[in-house]
Design a protein around this ligand. Sequence first.
Ligand SMILES: [Ca+2]
Length: 178
Amino acid sequence: MRKLTIRVLLSILIGLLPACRYVSSLDPDVTATPQKFSQWAIAAEASSSFGMPDWSVTRATGAPDVNMCADDSRAWASGRGNGVEWLQLTYAKPVHALEVHVYQTFGRGAISRISIFDAEGNREIVWEGEDDTDPCPGVLAVSFPETAYRVKQVRIDLDESRTGFWNEIDAVALIGVQ
Ligand SMILES: [Ca+2]
């Protein structure tokens, strides 16, 4: 009687196996198209900063919080405001990158180059030129073909001799797919 019960249970379990596989193949997490999403930086470093904590690199992490055109300590600013500088940002989720958006809240026009990095630290330039972001505050939005590798760092180079003033950056978004 006991053997019979075990056999019955086994046959039920074996019968369920193909059904389990079928359900698994329909799992939305497996079949869904990767969704584009945006994230804010969680850490940053720079060639220099105007102050600490005001205008420091941490002021370029997280979501925008200045949202106006002003010399505001909630944005990052370089130490001198008249030469070559850089700001490098790190993100929590590595993504196949598609876009970088730089939220500028003062002295816009000095960004000269935007680069991204793969996991090994290899750098690729995705934009270079004259930043004609207008008005202030304004967003320099750069888009490029989806990268084959995953990105978790972005670097912004600035030439503040172009404007002779501080180019304050409130936040930087990295957009991509996982
Ligand atoms: Ca900010």
